[in-house]
Design a protein around this ligand. Structure first.
Ligand code: 1GP
Length: 245
């Protein structure tokens, strides 16, 4: 089965957790250790990406270190065609639907597609939208942020992603967001989707993660928590147990 197919099957049973590692935030060996703890804590995949990357080498080294330390699928979350790595298992072939810059909507995809074909990376089609406050991803991605209470627009994007044939939809508030995407927005979007709904940005504690899962998130992403928590294994295990309830 494909990685996407496996994830879709698992989301029918429970809400999943993915760990997001930004190669710009720690050395590869540290990323490897965090990935190992993520697997031990019950995470289902490791995503690799960030808005401030500088080189493909940086991504390659981080992906290799993660692969050396875990058997979880490694899925790229690329900010551009330059940051693809043949050492990963799959990539979110994602369009930043509310960017004003066509590079992030389709042009980087055209540059990266031949690499994807050659490398054998599994492309996983995903519609990606950023909601206020958006943080660095919102600024770098030149995004017309969805207002945090504009549920109608969020639902419109979700339906558009679905009608365009995308297989996943990601509602993102931005890494380190002081407030995550609201429960109301998540539940309204979920009611209109028949593909897995991914939610991330500003989810740092058990209660918030539980709320987002109950509101309708099929996959919860955490990034910052992985870099900051002193007792990561306990913190992640608690979050994963809460979203599976
Ligand atoms: C980035 O939403 C993710 O795409 C991660 O956000 O760093 O706030 O967990 P955090």
């Amino acid at each position: 089965m494909t990685i996407a197919g496996d994830i879709i099957e698992k989301t029918k049973e429970k809400t999943l957790h993915f760990s997001l590692l930004d190669p710009d935030k720690q050395e590869p060996n540290v990323a490897g250790s965090i990935a190992k703890v993520s697997e031990e804590s019950g995470s289902s995949a490791i995503m690799v990406g960030g808005s401030t990357l500088i080189s493909q080498k940086q991504v390659n080294e981080t992906v290799k270190a993660i692969k050396d330390n875990t058997s979880l699928p490694v899925i790229l979350f690329p900010s551009g065609a330059k940051f693809l790595s043949k050492y990963a298992d799959a990539m979110f072939f994602m369009s930043l639907l509310n960017s004003r810059n066509l590079d992030y909507v389709i042009r980087e995809h055209i540059k990266g597609a031949p690499f994807v074909k050659r490398s054998g990376l599994e492309p996983i089609s995903m519609g990606y939208v950023i909601v206020e406050p958006g943080m660095t991803a919102g600024r770098v991605g030149e995004v017309d942020l969805i207002k945090k209470d504009d549920i109608e627009t969020a639902v419109g994007y979700a339906l558009a992603a679905r009608y365009l044939g995308m297989n996943f939809f990601y509602l993102e508030a931005g890494s380190g967001a002081p407030t995550p995407v609201s429960n109301d927005m998540i539940s309204s979007v979920k009611k209109n989707l028949n593909i897995p709904l991914i939610v991330g940005g500003g989810i740092r504690d058990v209660e918030t993660a539980r709320e987002k899962a109950h509101a309708g998130a099929d996959i919860i992403i955490t990034g910052t928590t992985l870099e900051k928590e002193k007792n990561l294994k306990q913190a992640l295990t608690d979050i994963i147990n809460a979203i599976e309830e």
